[in-house]
Design a protein around this ligand. Structure first.
Ligand SMILES: Cc1cc2nc3c(=O)[nH]c(=O)nc-3n(C[C@H](O)[C@H](O)[C@H](O)COP(=O)(O)OP(=O)(O)OC[C@H]3O[C@@H](n4cnc5c(N)ncnc54)[C@H](O)[C@@H]3O)c2cc1C
Length: 367
């Protein structure tokens, strides 16, 4: 994961911040502490703005640099890598929104980490893939919309955070919008304990007849299909950064374990050189797709995202087998990464969802 694209002072600042402010709290984050201060500091250094153009306050380096930044966070802490994805994805939605008002209201603050933001898009993404019913429904009200419904789990939320989500209207069309903190009828519910990602500030969201003014609309029904096509590549490719960070960290573990145990570890599947080769291939494919942004072929993107999940599962399991009992200690990052990798494979689009979409596209291409 090269970082040559980042200006040297940003690169150095980010490395230092991850080392000094994130690494010491990883266990606490795994047990439920939300790394809000880290995310705000990371944003102040440009950590969510690599893919945004300079005129939006970004670094103008494109999606590959943003994927690399997420991977660098996830190498230290998978939960925080996921939160960095949430924040970068929200900045990406805002950047691509055809509505200049919503960009003016939120883009700079989200990109700089001053306003933390959750993306409640799993349900609509799964709904559009024919996997589940839509949870949020709305109707027009003057220039805006009224939205009601619930989302079972959305991360990177809390008092003072922004929510971005989408709802179906009475006529079967969709609208995507931002809900600012304190909006009337918007509330959060605590989730049951998860087996990982406990520090991700994940809540159940309730919207009760919440008014969304036109200025908070990211995409009107007329714009929706084209808008989703535009942001989908970034949404998926940025997630590969979370998996890449976990694979890189697993390679570090394997290398360390092999200093003592190579004579026996060499009999395991998924040796470091195999995993390293697969990671390099995946990163090269991801970077090539990310350079193309919205014109990248969807099938290639879905396959790369699925490979990111598969490789994370293989690499974290191999690291655990290489580390042995030492990696099974509750204090070991090796067992934590197994749980984080599983999350990469179940968060939307889950591996099963990706395989369904890949299958459908392959069938269509073959017909
Ligand atoms: C830690 C964590 C963080 C997440 N963060 C986000 C986020 O930031 N944004 C976002 O949009 N989504 C988020 N999700 C949701 C995630 O992306 C998936 O949509 C979710 O895990 C369901 O996918 P699935 O493949 O299990 O669904 P399926 O297997 O297709 O299950 C069908 C549906 O049943 C529902 N369901 C099943 N069991 C329960 C239960 N016990 N309680 C409530 N509902 C249930 C689920 O909502 C699911 O959509 C998060 C999930 C977790 C576990």
């Amino acid at each position: 994961m090269s970082s040559h694209a980042l200006p040297a002072e940003v690169d150095g600042g980010i490395e230092q911040l991850i080392h000094n402010a994130l690494a010491p709290q990883v266990e606490a984050i795994d047990q439920g502490a939300f790394p809000g201060d880290f995310l705000r500091a990371f944003g102040a250094l440009g950590g969510f703005a690599a893919a945004l153009p300079a005129e939006s306050g970004g670094l103008g380096l494109g999606l590959p640099a943003q994927i690399d930044l997420i991977a660098r966070v996830a190498r230290t802490c998978g939960t925080t890598g996921f939160l960095a994805w949430c924040q970068a994805a929200c900045a990406w939605y805002l950047q691509l929104s055809p509505n200049p008002e919503v960009r003016a209201r939120y883009l700079a603050q989200v990109a700089q980490g001053q306003l933390l933001a959750g993306t409640g898009m799993s349900n609509v993404v799964k709904h559009l893939a024919g996997i589940e019913q839509i949870n949020l429904r709305g109707h027009r009200d003057g220039q805006g919309y009224r939205i009601s419904g619930a989302l079972p789990w959305v991360s990177n939320l809390g008092a003072g955070h922004l929510l971005i989500a989408a709802a179906a209207l009475d006529d079967g069309t969709y609208v995507m919008f931002a809900i600012p903190p304190g909006a009337e009828g918007y509330s959060l519910r605590a989730c049951p304990a998860f087996s990982g990602l406990e520090g991700s500030a994940t809540y159940g969201v309730r919207l009760k007849n919440v008014f969304v003014p036109a200025a908070d609309v990211l995409s009107t029904p007329e714009q929706f299909d084209a808008y989703v096509r535009r942001f989908k590549a970034g949404f998926l490719l940025l997630q590969i950064g979370i998996g890449a960070g976990l694979v890189q960290a697993s390679l570090d573990t394997i290398q360390k374990a092999n200093q003592r145990l190579d004579h026996v570890n060499r009999y395991l599947d998924d040796q470091a050189d195999t995993l390293r080769g697969d990671l390099d291939t995946l990163l090269a494919q991801t970077a090539a797709l990310a350079e193309q942004e919205e014109s990248a072929p969807l099938l290639g993107i879905l396959r790369a995202r699925a490979q990111g999940s598969e490789l994370s599962l293989r690499a974290t399991q191999s690291a655990a087998l290489h580390a042995g009992a030492a990696g099974y200690l509750m204090s070991s990052p090796t067992q934590r990464r197994l749980r984080e990798a599983l999350f990469v494979a179940i968060v939307t689009p889950a591996l099963k969802h990706l395989r369904k979409e890949i299958h459908a596209l392959e069938q269509r291409q073959a017909a």
